[in-house]
Design a protein. Structure first.
Length: 233
């Protein structure tokens, strides 16, 4: 039973969504502001967190920033239809996905299941092909799917589930271009639609993390209007 944290200052959403998730077999912990959620996460980290952006005491952005200092637990943002800038900012800060309010609870359940499936596929050698479960070495890059571990020039790089899958897809065949559509297929289930900007935001976040390990990192190349490729040094 996966443990889901639901953080929103709207009590109606907390009640209705938690009932839906529990009916789907999830264990749910609810919080009505970011500060209480952060305190709860310190005691017990969930396996996935669903965060509203606009909340009292500590908003979703601040909570995500604090959370990313200690954990790469998957995060889904709940946003309003007018929060496009916040959606992109959230992805660049390390969120895995977002769902716009008002939302279908069935859609939210599918997004949650999609991320958890991707996480399980990385963590288990039964979740992917033998090639995907082996340690990958590409120049200064070392990627270990079973440990969800990445190093660049020997320095650890902590990645979210989505970032890890995108890096894996690009580095598997250095020099070959991956279109945004191909990367969407890798990072998201077929029933989950995301637009090009979502993939671009994840790539920007991935590059930023790699440059924290190496200021000169340039292995992920953008081919404008085409996609991305990984160039092995």
């Amino acid at each position: 039973m996966s443990r889901i944290a639901l953080v929103d200052d709207d009590r109606n959403i907390l009640t209705s969504v938690s009932m839906t998730l529990e009916a789907e077999g999830f264990e749910v912990e609810t919080y009505n502001d970011g500060q209480s959620a952060l305190e709860g996460f310190t005691r017990r980290m969930p396996e996935l967190a669903v965060l509203d952006i606009k909340m009292p005491r500590m908003d979703g952005m601040d909570l995500l920033q604090r959370l990313r200092q200690k954990s790469q637990v998957p995060v889904i943002f709940l946003t309003s239809k007018d929060d496009e800038i916040d959606e992109l900012m959230g992805l660049r800060m390390g969120a895995d996905d977002y769902v716009r309010k008002p939302f279908s609870q069935r859609l939210l359940v599918e997004r949650i299941r999609s991320i958890l499936r991707r996480q399980e596929a990385i963590a288990s050698d039964a979740g992917g092909s033998p090639e995907e479960s082996q340690v990958m070495v590409r120049g200064p890059l070392t990627k270990d799917p079973l440990r969800h571990a990445v190093t660049w020039h020997g320095k650890d790089v902590s990645l979210t589930v989505t970032e890890f899958l995108l890096l894996q897809a690009l580095a598997q065949r250095p020099g070959f271009v991956k279109s945004r559509d191909q990367l969407m297929d890798v990072a998201y289930d077929e029933q989950v639609y995301v637009d090009d900007r979502t993939i671009d935001s994840h790539i920007k976040r991935l590059r930023k993390k790699m440059r924290e390990a190496d200021n000169d990192f340039s292995a992920i190349e953008t081919l404008y209007g085409i996609g991305y490729r990984f160039n092995e040094e």
